[in-house]
Design a protein around this ligand. Structure first.
Ligand SMILES: [Zn+2]
Length: 172
């Protein structure tokens, strides 16, 4: 199976097994909804049906390790990719093998926690950065910072990003 959309247009929904994979896909800039975050699913008795309906409604590619879910979703016309591996790097490799054009450069585009778009922190917002206990304020204005408008999480290009880049290089 080949996924042909341009890489910036890829939108995913991942099943409950893929918390880590969801985080990585967001770091790579891809719009990714994690099924465990869907409110409708908590209330719905049939989780598989709810995930498939959501994927269909939003025209998202479903990533799952559940063969029954694949069958159900494909019947509804949802594009599905069945993922076999458990390790997140191996999962990204599988996506590449499926010809999914995933950009392997981390890009400051999307919040890895909630999937919303992030924006650059601007001059005059130092006070906001200082309120976040996890932000190394000594680095303010030596690094670039980004903030998620939805959940308030702040991001910057630190060692964490360099580590991620190194891990991703091994996939290329
Ligand atoms: Zn967020």
């Amino acid at each position: 199976m080949t996924i042909t959309e341009k890489k910036e247009e890829l939108r995913f929904v991942t099943d409950r097994m893929f918390g880590k994979l969801s985080t990585w896909l967001r770091v790579l800039g891809h719009d990714t909804v994690y099924a465990a975050d869907l409110k409708a699913i908590e209330e719905d008795e049939d989780e598989d049906k709810a995930i498939a309906a959501f994927a269909k409604e939003e025209a998202r590619i479903l990533l799952t390790r559940d063969k029954e879910l694949v069958t159900l979703a494909r019947k509804k016309g949802v594009q599905c990719l069945y993922i076999e591996t458990e390790d997140v790097m191996a999962q990204l490799k599988e996506l590449l093998r499926y010809n999914v054009a995933i950009n392997l450069e981390p890009v400051p585009l999307r919040c890895s926690v909630c999937n919303a778009r992030i924006r650059a922190v601007e001059e005059g917002e130092e006070a906001m950065l200082k309120e976040k206990s996890y932000v190394p304020t000594s680095m303010v204005w030596t690094w670039n910072f980004w903030i998620c408008e939805r959940c308030g999480k702040v991001y910057w290009e630190g060692s964490h990003w360099r580590n991620m880049r190194e891990m991703l290089k091994q996939l290329q």
